[in-house]
Design a binder for this molecule. Sequence first.
Ligand SMILES: [Zn+2]
Length: 316
Amino acid sequence: METVSCCVCQEPLAGNAPHLGNRAYCAEHWAKLSQTRGSVWRSGVIYVVAVALFALAAALLLRSLQPQLSQGGLMVAGVALALVPAALWLAFFYLQDRLEPEPKGYVLGVFVLGALLAAAVSIPLMRNLFSVQDWLGQSLLVDLLGSILIVGFIQEFLKYAAVRYSVFNSAEFDERLDGVLYGTAAGLGFATALNIYYVVSSGGVNLSMAAIQVTVTALAQASFAGITGYFLGRAKFEEEPVWWLAAGLTLAATLNGVFHVLLGNLVRSGSALSGQTINPWLGLILATVLAAASLAVILGLMRRASRLTLAGADMA
Ligand SMILES: [Zn+2]
């Protein structure tokens, strides 16, 4: 006799259990598959606005106060700023998650894995192997190709790997939304390591500028990883074509590259117009729009996927 089991928890099932393609689901995991959790999306939007306002307020405050700190003091304050976007997200996540708990250890674990991959693989590869600091930005075409094919693909692959080869195969990854959640955690971990590197390597930063810079990096890296996570979430629970994950990664890498070229050009043109060394405000606006738009598009696609799941179940 053929035995059927839930593709998430492996619980044995009766032959008439709901299924998508070849994957069967128990009642609990079938229900999870088709929910969209409006509260999660609301928190996401509130988070994006909150972190952007934090950056704005911190930058203005630091610029008017002009704190006189030693180089060590600047470093400590800069590292503290670098931790704020991730700390704020984790706080939102823990408050939100009291309703429908996700295992905290996994979320934190993926966050740390993202940070480790950035520090141990991404940064050394970019600086020492590809030396992108020496040739990116020479012309628009070189900038665009290098930013997508090297920076974009390496960064997005590492964040993808932090989810795909860890929590993805566990029973805790039990709804499509988990892809976006763990992707975002990996992206914020990755961004936090990049931000700490930026502060430490510049040896005492302009704090007002750093408040904006770390927030731009966090919002952007989390958005790209959230998009890859959406593709991962659907790949686990639905029958997707073989190119599905590669398409997700390519989309994230392309957005990553285009964003950085756009950011570089906005900052440069801003400096030409205003006479300042750099103009980070446009970067903050760009990153906030990117994060909000990513959330909106992913939410729309998730709702559509859930509707199709329910429609399919009705026909069975
Ligand atoms: Zn199950």
